[in-house]
Design a protein around this ligand. Structure first.
Ligand SMILES: *Cc1c(COP(=O)(O)O)cnc(C)c1O
Length: 234
């Protein structure tokens, strides 16, 4: 049923993870930072449990998913078999899925509008669960992309804090595919700093070393660990 033959992915995933960890360590040294201050979020979207398990066995515990339904289908069972798993939601969140998201995720990186802030605040209160929250910033001002416009960021962060009583851990961005990512990482770092935020989720397979140079605390790496995703789903 899987598109990814499990026996092949075991090796790919294991080797990929080791290599990515090494690259993070080297980038940290070059930036004069500690590798332990950078959390590797292994992006497992589109991959099934058989492909994910070897990465868990290799010691990885933090994973990123972009869909609530997909995560609900594969993670409860994996979590029952492995302790210490932390799940990050890195894809857009519909308000009507906020309840499930608060129940399932340890970190929600895609807080990007007022209504979602309100619904999340309600759910956090109701469930007594406190996932870390990152505000997504649309650093490239792309119309089709989620995220708060950079010029709206300060006001939105203030509103999350004062109006909804939310604790914001950091900012997240996905730079436009054809832009120099460094410009976007620098902008995200600037917005975070002036708002007193420590968390910076930025950098993917193609550019996480650059992101580390600009202060990334979380890098979201998928294909460099798991291999290429099936085009239609990715
Ligand atoms: C898929 C995805 C990633 C990982 O991308 P790779 O290029 O495979 O490393 C990172 N962040 C977000 C938001 C994603 O959707």
């Amino acid at each position: 049923m899987s598109r990814h033959p499990a026996h092949l992915d075991v090796e790919t995933a294991h080797a990929g993870l080791t290599q990515v960890r090494q690259r993070i360590a080297e980038a940290a040294i070059e930036a004069g930072r500690m590798a332990q201050d950078i959390t590797l979020v292994a992006v497992s979207k589109t991959f099934d449990a058989a492909a994910i398990e070897p990465v868990i066995d290799a010691g990885q515990r933090v994973f990123g998913e972009n869909r609530v339904q997909e995560s609900k289908a594969k993670w409860p069972e994996l979590r029952a078999r492995h302790s210490g798993i932390k799940l990050h939601l890195i894809g857009p969140l519909q308000s009507n899925k906020a309840q499930e998201a608060v129940a399932l995720f340890d970190c929600i990186q895609s807080l990007d509008r007022e209504k979602l802030a309100r619904v999340l605040a309600d759910e956090i209160q109701r469930q007594g669960r406190h996932p870390e929250l990152f505000v997504e910033i649309n650093t490239g001002g792309e119309e089709q992309k989620a995220g708060i416009a950079p010029r709206e960021a300060d006001r939105f962060i203030a509103s999350c804090r004062s109006t909804y009583g939310l604790s914001i851990a950091g900012l997240m961005c996905i730079p436009p595919a054809d832009d120099e990512p460094a410009l976007h990482f620098a902008l995200l770092e600037t917005i975070a700093k002036r708002n007193g935020l420590k968390g910076l989720s930025m950098g993917m397979s193609a550019d996480f070393e650059t992101a580390i140079r600009f202060g990334a605390t979380h890098v979201r790496v998928g294909s460099a660990i798991f291999g290429e995703r099936h085009k239609k789903i990715a």
